[in-house]
Design a protein around this ligand. Structure first.
Ligand SMILES: NC(=O)c1ccc[n+]([C@@H]2O[C@H](COP(=O)([O-])OP(=O)(O)OC[C@H]3O[C@@H](n4cnc5c(N)ncnc54)[C@H](O)[C@@H]3O)[C@@H](O)[C@H]2O)c1
Ligand SMILES: [Zn+2]
Ligand SMILES: [Zn+2]
Length: 392
């Protein structure tokens, strides 16, 4: 089959690789019809390079048609239409039983001390072949796949794999009180979807980014937006807009590659250039995240408010202002999305009325062969690329 493979820093290619096979009796094989490109894939493109091998297949936002089932699969048949959550999780362990699917005890990666395995996401997360491919092996076929109805276009459902549950969890964790306010930092796919969900729940939402199309897209859906480049004192500006106190919550949908973090930028470049043997311990022992967004979240949120981190941070010793966190009495809630925990709440919103605008959420539909250029443009935020989906 054809698949998008990682080859090195800022180097991905479409290659012929062996077709995946059923290995366990509860595996299924899915023929991928639509598969997303995610801000998380950009971390692989650069900063997480020490944890990838040339040839690794990327991608964790796929959906498609069941092509084959193992002999113990009872919940699905060949031909069913399924979306695959990005967490590889069993459904049977203590963590899955507590809706903490991103911590699944069956698939945790003990070698690196990390949580549940993820599709297409480095050795830190199990080095499981990903979904930017024509075919995908999916374990736990009786639990993991989300069966969706025939009829509506793929775009109606494909964001259940990651964007929708991640944004949903981000808003849940922000814990905004009735009539309260939420600042969303970053208006990429995750931040954009979070503003939609928060508005749907009746919260006041202020979005912040610096890419004109991203600001415009959120403004067009009724979000108040602020251009990071236009405000030297972002926290001060937001305080003025929120009774002088700051918002009840801030959702950081930026993560470790934030704009405006010069020192960590050097660490990023270094980890990309060093041999893996040197770079891995450096990543695991030093601060490498660009913390601009997290620092501004700490400054912006009102005293006693909540910071919800959807953005991914990856340095093991990144410096944090613990005095300010404690003194302002800030709650911090975070983590990979527990996809399966939120699906039942989200599905009723994926209707013809399309309250969250999923049908028109993708800005680009491309063949898989266009993936290498798409990674580059998406990373540079060129060509109005906000959400790309591939149709293998
Ligand atoms: N928790 C999870 O389960 C989960 C799932 C998916 C994605 N993520 C993470 O969420 C983050 C966002 O993902 P995405 O797909 O929307 O990515 P993205 O890179 O497209 O979006 C990030 C946005 O933040 C903006 N930005 C950069 N610096 C900023 C700053 N200092 N202040 C405000 N905005 C700033 C960028 O211009 C960009 O529009 C990434 O870190 C990704 O890894 C987490
Ligand atoms: Zn994703
Ligand atoms: Zn589990």
């Amino acid at each position: 089959m054809k698949a998008l493979t990682w080859q090195g820093v800022s180097d991905v290619r479409v290659d012929e690789v062996p077709d995946p096979q059923i290995q366990d009796p509860t595996d299924i094989i899915v023929r991928i019809t639509t598969t997303g490109l995610c801000g998380s894939d950009l971390h692989l493109y650069t900063v997480l390079a020490p944890f990838l091998d040339a040839g690794d297949v990327l991608g964790h936002e796929p959906m498609g048609i069941v092509e084959a089932v193992g002999k113990d699969v009872t919940e699905l048949r060949i031909g069913d239409r399924v979306v695959i959550p990005f967490n590889v999780c069993c459904g049977d362990c203590w963590m899955c039983g507590h809706d903490l699917h991103s911590q699944c005890e069956t698939t945790q990666v003990h070698e690196y001390g990390t949580g549940a395995s993820l599709f297409g996401y480095t050795k830190l997360y199990g080095q499981v072949p990903g979904g930017q491919a024509e075919l995908l092996r999916v374990p736990f076929g009786n639990f993991l796949p989300i069966k969706v109805p025939e009829g509506p276009p793929d775009d109606r459902f494909v964001f259940l794999s990651d964007v929708l549950p991640t944004a949903w969890q981000g808003v849940e964790y922000a814990d905004v009180p009735d009539g309260g306010s939420l600042v969303v930092l970053g208006l990429g796919p995750i931040g954009d979807m979070a503003t939609r969900i928060a508005q749907h729940r009746g919260h006041r939402v202020i979005g912040v980014d610096l890419v004109p199309e991203r600001l415009a897209r959120s403004r067009d859906r009724g979000t108040e937006v602020l251009d990071l480049d236009q405000h030297d004192d972002l926290a001060g500006t937001i305080r003025e807009l929120t009774d002088g106190r700051g918002p009840d919550a801030v959702l950081d949908a930026v993560g470790m590659e934030a704009h405006g973090s010069p020192v960590a930028g050097i660490a990023h470049k270094l980890t990309g250039l060093l041999p893996d043997k040197l770079a891995q311990p450096m990543m695991q022992n030093l601060g490498v995240s660009k913390l601009a967004a997290l620092y501004s979240a700490i400054e912006i949120v009102r005293r006693g408010g909540t910071i919800s981190l959807s953005g991914v941070y990856g340095g093991a010793a990144d410096p944090l202002p613990t005095l300010q966190l404690f003194d302002k009495q800030i709650q911090v809630r975070q983590g990979q999305a527990n996809v399966k925990a939120w699906v039942d709440q989200i599905l009723p919103l994926l209707t013809e009325d399309d309250p969250l605008g999923v049908d028109s959420f993708a800005t680009h539909h491309l063949p898989l062969s266009a993936a290498p250029e798409a990674y580059e443009h998406f990373q540079k935020k060129e060509q109005g690329m906000i959400k790309v989906v591939f149709n293998p």
